[in-house]
Design a protein around this ligand. Structure first.
Ligand code: FES
Length: 99
């Protein structure tokens, strides 16, 4: 069975590619409950600070996800960039190791 896309999704699909911003890198950091217990919020803040310090806010997109499936190793993140489109996993991050 094939469902029709929602009106919101249809609207997104109509957007021209020029309106969708392209980033050099995309960081997905898990802020699910297990990662949160182990300091994911602080790690996210540290990564965001590092991105600001490096003045690459326009090049790096930082998003949060609910779970990456490696809960007992958290906080976890995946970084996708032009040199590694398959993504690099970072498990057990802490604030001092912001990638
Ligand atoms: S809660 Fe972070 S990987 Fe599952």
């Amino acid at each position: 069975m094939c469902r029709k896309p929602s009106p919101r999704k249809r609207n997104l699909l109509k957007r021209s590619p020029q309106r969708i911003r392209h980033y050099e890198s995309h960081v997905l950091i898990c802020t699910g409950s297990d990662c949160k217990k182990r300091g994911a919020k602080e790690t996210r803040k540290a990564i965001k600070s590092e991105i600001r310090l490096e003045s690459i806010l326009g090049e790096v997109r930082l998003d949060t996800v609910d779970c990456l499936g490696f809960c007992k190793y958290g906080p976890n993140a995946i970084i996708y960039d032009g040199t590694d489109p398959k993504g690099t996993w970072h498990l057990g991050l802490d604030e001092s190791e912001a990638p």
